[in-house]
Design a protein around this ligand. Sequence first.
Ligand code: S3P
Length: 425
Amino acid sequence: MTLLVGKVASLRGEMRPPSDKSITHRAYMFAAIASGDSVVRKPLRGEDCEATLRCLSQLGLAFEWMSEEEIRLRPAETWKQFAGKLDCGNSGTTMRLLSGLIASRDLDCTMIGDESLSRRPMKRIAEPLRYMGARIEGDTPPLHVVGREDLTGIDYKSPVASAQIKSCVLLAGLRASGTTSVSEPAPSRDHTERMLAAAGVPVRLHLGRVTVNGGTRPNGFEISVPGDVSSAAFFMVATALLPQSELIVRELGCNPLRTGILDSFADAGVPFWLDNERLELGETVKDLKVSTAPSLRPFRIEGDLVPRLIDEIPVLAVMATQCDGTSEIRDAKELRVKESDRIELVAAGLRAMGAKIDTFEDGMAITGPVKLEGANIDAHGDHRIAMAFAVAGLIAEGKTEIEGAESIKTSFPNFESELWRLCIV
Ligand code: S3P
């Protein structure tokens, strides 16, 4: 599918972004291991989370949609051995977290994914799961996991700051002997820790090391999933870049390990306000107002900030083309193993639109401000690349055509209609 975007005058209005993808994945997974029924309201109905739900139901999770926005989930007494291959689609979170659940059960499963997922590294979760006693084959998908009921708890020092690795190991640790701990080079998103704790699992955090006890499981829980800052980010950046624009984002998930984009907004001079704070299964929710940036300073992303905005870097790179000076993104090598090599695709697309950009193994430097020109962009099936270039298209002269835009359905099914609803031509 091709998405065609042209220059618009401004963006104004109010949105409730699609629900948080990371939290929806975890809500389904934790419901599958809970001691009772759970209710999830407003889960994300994107393809990634539907893949998690489908795989879990193939393993025995029962569910019923009570309405468009509410699903009731019942864990299986014992998990079923699924005869086919578990299809994780485009979703790294599905494959990596599910591996932790399968590894700690008497199951023998093969997980597969689409072309993009089939290229992504799985050794990062296979290694700790092997230390715990599971058998895993496949450094890239298909991933064959032979689990066992008697895993051994480990103290794992992850070489990468990754919530997917951390969550995979902690989920396996819930059924391993003794305790299981994970530490990482910088703090990654902690939805797993917060949600498990809110559902009654003792989770200890000490000096950056998270620990769970074997033989514990969450109670049944209820959650209303907050809006996803990684989806709202496209509209937030568009608002900052377009003249006379203002956007109110309702029910925004504001987990401090996800709101790095607001640090970059503050650095660059994008005006924003937060209001109406509340808590949902351990997760902070707020309303946010963003408006046009009168001028934009260059900004720097590095170190501990990187995991706090890792998925927002493509659209922040678009913002950097409009900043007065050189913005730099470093320590972000992980971008090369996301749904695509996001460093190369961002650089290729922005160059085609006239931007000045240098790349490094771990990031990029972008010098602005430049007047962007519409171009033909290939998103290579990466939803965040497609949406970032849609934002670039809103400020560029002429037309921007984005190929591979069908991938947007994985995280933001109504992206295009929201764009046309909020943009003023
Ligand atoms: C996710 C964690 C991040 C993020 C991904 C979702 C999660 O990946 O990029 O979109 O739900 O845990 P890593 O943890 O591998 O950095």
